[in-house]
Design a protein around this ligand. Structure first.
Ligand code: PBG
Length: 331
C-alpha cells in the first residue's frame, strides 16, 4: 500500500530541475519525428501554403536540400506528397502509375543526394492524381469502388518502391489493400520495403490545409465518409488495425493525432506493435494560429504536444513541426 500525505509528497520529485529530469517518464528526440514534405513541378520553386504558415511546396531540384536538412537535424525519415498539375489529373488517376511522376522524381532526387542516410516514406492513395479529389476510383453513382482501386494502389506502391521508397504508406482506407500491396512487393522482390498502414484514419475536419497543399481541396466533391472512419468509433479502429497487421503491415498509424490519443493508447496496449500518429495539417494550423494570436507560445506548444504522442505510446510522429522541434531538441 502506498504511503499517504504527508509521508508521501509527490511535489518532492518536482521541486528542482535535476529531479524532474530524473523522474521524467517520456523522452522526445529528433529520431521520433517524420517530416512531411510537399513536392511541386518546376525548378527553383518554393511555394508557401497560405493555410499552413511556414510550410512550402518545393520543386524536385530543391527537395533534396530539405532531406539533407533532416539528416543534419537527426530526423530519420521524410514523407512525400505531390501537388500534381491539374492537366495530369484524371478520373482514373493514371499519373499515379507513371514511373516518372513528381513523387518518383522526388524519391530519386533524395536518394541521389542522401543515399541511405534517410528513410523515404511515400503516400499510397489516388487523391493527388484524381480530377475529383477522391482517394479511389468513383463509379457512376459517385461511390468510391474498393477492389478496382486496390489494384491501382498495388501498382502505385510498386512504382514508388522501384523508384526507391523505403516505406509505402497507404492512406486510402480501402479494404484489403495492405495484403495486396504486401503480395505485390514480395512478388516484385521488394522484400525490405516496409508498409506503414494508415490503419485508423478518420473522416476528419482537420485535413483542410493538406488538401490545399496537394491541390485537391477545390476538386473534392462530397466527403470521404464511405471509406474513412467515423470519429465516434474506437472499437472499429482496433478491427482495422488487426486486419492490417494480419495482412502484413510493419507498423500502423492513427490519424489525426491529438484528438485520437485514446486510439493510440488502445492500439498500443492491445497489439504491442509500433504505432505512429499523424499530427495533421489542421492541428499544425491550430498551433500556428494560437501562437500568432498570442494565445500560446509556439515552441512550448510544439514540444508539449509531441511529448504527449510519445506518452500515449507512439514510436514516432508525422509532423510539419519536425524541423522546428528537432532544432529545439538539439539545443
Ligand atoms: C489523402 C491524405 C490526406 C492526408 C494525408 N493523406 C487527406 C485526406 O484524406 O483527405 C492528410 C494529412 C494532413 O492533413 O496533414 N490520402
Amino acid at each position: 500500500m502506498a504511503a499517504a500525505y504527508p509521508a508521501l509528497r509527490l511535489r518532492r520529485a518536482r521541486a528542482s530541475a535535476w529531479s524532474r529530469a530524473l523522474y521524467r517518464e517520456t523522452v522526445l528526440t529528433p529520431a521520433d519525428l517524420i517530416w512531411p514534405l510537399f513536392v511541386t513541378e518546376g525548378s527553383g520553386e518554393e511555394q508557401p501554403i497560405a493555410t499552413l504558415p511556414g510550410v512550402s511546396r518545393w520543386s524536385v531540384d530543391r527537395i533534396a536540400a530539405r532531406a539533407k536538412e533532416a539528416v543534419a537535424l537527426g530526423i530519420p525519415c521524410v514523407a512525400l506528397f505531390p501537388n500534381t498539375p491539374a492537366a495530369l489529373r484524371s478520373p482514373d488517376a493514371r499519373e499515379a502509375l507513371n514511373p516518372d511522376n513528381l513523387m518518383c522524381r522526388a524519391i530519386r532526387a533524395i536518394r541521389d543526394a542522401c543515399g541511405y542516410d534517410i528513410g523515404v516514406l511515400t503516400d499510397v492513395a489516388l487523391d493527388p492524381y484524381t480530377s475529383h479529389g477522391q482517394d479511389g476510383l468513383v463509379d457512376a453513382a459517385g461511390y468510391v469502388v474498393n477492389d478496382g482501386t486496390v489494384e491501382l494502389l498495388v501498382e502505385q506502391a510498386l512504382v514508388q518502391a522501384a523508384a526507391g521508397a523505403d516505406i509505402v504508406a497507404p492512406s486510402d482506407m480501402m479494404d484489403g489493400r495492405v495484403g495486396a500491396i504486401r503480395a505485390g512487393l514480395e512478388g516484385a522482390g521488394h522484400l525490405n520495403v516496409q508498409i506503414m498502414s494508415y490503419a485508423a484514419k478518420y473522416a476528419s475536419a482537420f485535413y483542410g490545409p493538406f488538401r490545399d497543399a496537394v491541390g485537391s481541396r477545390g476538386l473534392l466533391q462530397g466527403d470521404k465518409k464511405s471509406y474513412q472512419m467515423d470519429p465516434a468509433n474506437g472499437e472499429e479502429a482496433l478491427r482495422e488495425v488487426a486486419l492490417d497487421l494480419a495482412e502484413g503491415a510493419d507498423s500502423v498509424m492513427v490519424k489525426p493525432g491529438l484528438p485520437y490519443l485514446d486510439i493510440v493508447r488502445r492500439v498500443k496496449e492491445r497489439f504491442e506493435v509500433p504505432v505512429f500518429a499523424y499530427q495533421v495539417s489542421g492541428e499544425y494550423a491550430m498551433i500556428e494560429a494560437a501562437a500568432a494570436a498570442g494565445a500560446g507560445e509556439r515552441e512550448a506548444l510544439v514540444l508539449e504536444t509531441l511529448t504527449a504522442f510519445k506518452r500515449a505510446g507512439c514510436s514516432g510522429v508525422l509532423t510539419y513541426h519536425a524541423p522546428l522541434a528537432a532544432r529545439l531538441l538539439n539545443g
